[in-house]
Write a protein that binds this ligand. Structure first.
Ligand code: MN
Length: 337
């Protein structure tokens, strides 16, 4: 059996200055819904926190060894959530630039093992648009990652349009990655720790995706490509009902196409951290395997599980090839092996 190229498309890293900034904010009493998770991580008192913090900050040693051990050819890397989006704008803009420079240098050292998605500071939309252009044209990064809300605002707001215009002009994809729910929705999630990956990240990011879908953004910028992780953050399961209610509701912009059409033509989903075979089969049937990319969500989840999931899926070999690497090569303009 020939071994399929494996490109993992939602892989996280951190920089020491990003972690120091998060620790400063927690020490200063930040109350956003990401704080409990990062307080736990910063205290480093659990084996999970110790391992993940170490693996986030490692770029070329343990990471490459684990990739090799599981036959993972490439990580498409992005600065871990919440990126620089919790920082004051000037500090965030400068840190995003340094992070992107560091990532580009890493990719240059390992061009067959790593590709990179740029970090931006949406809280400074014009600077963010300029950084997208620099990251793609000068640094050779392959897209942009934005970690859902920024200061409780969502990207369909008019002020963020320069970010999408820049991505659209460069035909570069924007990956909307989770973070904990914004202030207006976070309260009921906090009991039982539901604000994290167990449910809150998906609820937050699914809402974000639906806001973009109904906002009219994709009629204004019809070649825009949005990526959602975690098997589409729940949206695929809801598409029929969203279409039905959209036709029969009011108070929303009139759209040129059905929500399902935008989701099929403008969105790509990844399997990050969702290793349920029934969910993947459903998404292949609904969206086709051309719209699904494989991901691990390293280091938060295990490479072994993600590889095993994809290797043992009972699907057509063409579907496996599409999901393991062909779609990532197309969406991120990664040269074939
Ligand atoms: Mn992730």
């Amino acid at each position: 059996m020939t071994v399929t190229r494996r490109i993992a498309t939602e892989e996280a890293f951190a920089t020491p200055e990003q972690m120091a900034a998060i620790e400063r904010m927690i020490a200063g009493g930040t109350r956003d819904a990401d704080s409990p998770f990062w307080s736990m991580m910063a205290r480093g008192q659990t084996p999970f926190a110790q391992r993940v913090m170490r693996q986030l900050l490692d770029l070329e040693d343990e990471r490459l060894a684990i990739m090799d051990a599981h036959g993972v050819d490439m990580h498409v890397l992005a600065l871990t959530s919440p990126g620089v989006q919790t920082l004051p704008a000037p500090e965030a803009v400068a840190m995003a630039e340094r992070s992107n420079d560091l990532l580009a240098a890493l990719v240059k050292r390992h061009p067959t093992r790593f590709a990179g998605l740029a970090t931006i500071a949406p809280q400074a939309p014009e600077a963010a648009a300029r950084e997208i252009e620099r990251a793609v044209t000068t640094l050779g990064l392959k897209g942009v990652m934005i970690n859902s809300h920024t200061n409780d605002e969502y990207l369909d707001e008019e002020k963020f349009l320069p970010i999408f215009e820049a991505a659209h002009a460069l035909e570069t994809p924007i990956y909307i990655h989770p973070r904990a729910p914004s202030a207006g929705m976070a309260g009921p999630f906090l009991k039982y720790g539901l604000e994290t990956a167990i449910w809150g990240y998906g609820a937050e990011t699914g809402l974000h995706g639906v806001r973009l879908l109904v906002s009219g953004l994709l009629d204004r910028l019809p070649r825009l490509r949005i990526i959602l992780g975690h098997m589409g953050e729940g949206i695929p399961f809801w598409l029929w009902r969203i279409d039905y209610m959209h036709r029969n509701g009011s108070g929303r912009p009139r759209l040129e196409r059905r929500i399902t059409d935008y989701f099929r033509e403008n969105f790509v989903i990844t399997t990050s951290g969702m290793h349920g075979p029934e969910a993947l089969r459903f998404c292949i049937e609904l969206l086709s395997s051309n719209n699904i990319m494989w991901a691990i969500d390293y280091p938060y989840q295990e490479a072994a599980d993600a590889v095993d999931f994809m290797e043992t899926m009972e699907i057509a070999e063409q579907d496996r090839e599409n999901i393991f690497h062909l779609n990532a090569e197309r969406v991120f303009c990664i040269p074939p092996a």
